[in-house]
Structure formats: C-alpha cells, structure tokens
Design a protein around this ligand. Sequence first.
Ligand SMILES: [Zn+2]
Ligand SMILES: [Zn+2]
Length: 276
Amino acid sequence: MVDVHCHLNLHAFDSDWEEVANRAFDSGVTKIINVGTSIPSSRRAVELAHKFPNIYAIVGVHPHHADKTDVEFEGEIQKDWLTELEKIAKDEKVVGIGEIGLDYYSYKSNGIVDKKVQVDAFVAQIELAHKLKLPLQIHNRHAGMDIIEILKQHKSELLKIPGMFHCMSGNLDFLKEVLELGFYVGFDGNITYPGLAPGEITQLSELVKYTPIERIVTETDSPFLTPLPHRGSRNEPSHVIIVARFIAQTKGIPFEKITKITSENASNIFKLNANH
Ligand SMILES: [Zn+2]
Ligand SMILES: [Zn+2]
C-alpha cells in the first residue's frame, strides 16, 4: 500500500518524521511520497527521500504559494522559482510535479490568491513537467472545470499516463472529465467524514463508488485530513490503511485487492519500481 501524497516535509513532523515513517512501514505501507508546496518544502521532500529507499518526492509550488515569489517565505526569498524548481526536480528521487493546480476556496489561513497568478504558475509547471517527462499531481478545490480546461489546452504536453488528481472532490461530471483525460484519482481520510464539506454537492463516497479501482490511488495528505476515528489529531501515513479499508467497504471489494491494485496504480503513474 502506497501513500502517494503526504507532507512529512512540513514542520509538523520536524521532530519525529523518521519515527512516523517507520511506523507506517511497520504497519504495511510499502512506499511514501512526500509532496512539496513551495521551493523550501520541495527541497525538504527531496532531502527526506534520500534517507529511505522507499520514500520519494514530488516537487512544485501549490496555488496558495503562487503569489509568494520574490518575497520572503519560509526563510528564503523565492527568486527565479521556476529555475530553482527545475533544478530540484532533476533529482533521481523526484517522481512527479505537484502539488500544482488551482484553489478558489477561501481558507482562514489563506485567502484566494489572484486567479491569473494561480493559472500562470500552474501552466508554467505543466510545461516544466513536460520538459522533464514527469507526471502531474494536481490540487483542486472548487476550481475543477478551470483545471480541466487548462489541461485540455495542454493535452499535447501530457504524458500517456498524465498523473493524478489528489484529494478528489467535486461532482460526477467533473470526475468523468478527469477520468476521460486519463488521470488517476487519489482519496484521503476525509472520505470517512459524515456529511458534505462546505460548498460541495456530491458525497465523497459517491466519487469512490464511481471511480474504477484501476484508477484509484490511496493517500493521507498528512498532517491534514485525519480519518475517523482519529480526527482532531495529527494525521500520519500509517493511516492510509484506514483509507484503503474504507474504499474496500464502500466498493464491496476485498481489502487485499484494493491494496494490491492501488499500489500497482501508484507504480504505474510514478514509475516507483522501474527507475528507483
Ligand atoms: Zn492539496
Ligand atoms: Zn497536500
């Protein structure tokens, strides 16, 4: 079982990330992919990947940080961020470009970044991924159809397996577009939450039911989105097992089959076995 999207590279894990990673491997998680959201956190994801053979990195600038170029952020000034990202992305343990995309939701901790700034950063990183022949890991919140439109405009630059949408949400029409473009779909611990997230109209369990198992990957987004019954505490990659179990129950497919196929899916997208 693979956690294709978590953030042991963020400060929440500064003091004990190795212990947390070992706990996941001891529980049956086979591979962990840490994902950057900025230049410093992307660099840190690569650093961690070199400490364990089964830890990989995805690097990129999140839409929330698309406006933080040339200002001080996380202890450095992100000058020439795209050139810097390209350098980081050439590391042998980098398996994708992410998390990139669009976010039109206003959070307490982060307002909505200017849409044009978000789009420009997203497109620049699609082009970088094309140049480096890496798949995309896409972040979307309330911006699904704009993302689809941009991906369609750049279809010739996408790989045969173009990548995945992480932390799937949205409606069935959007999910159909995602699948039609060849993308895989990641689900997190929030699939265990009752009710609907603000502004959503489709239950995540409906999206789980509709997505063919051949296109599903498992993730945690640790330290965020802790699944029930641990909601309220820091999330960690060992909880990807809870996500897989919930998917198994929702789809009425044996847990072992879910873990086998979703692990194969992760390896197919990110070439986890072939190159590393
Ligand atoms: Zn995200
Ligand atoms: Zn994330």
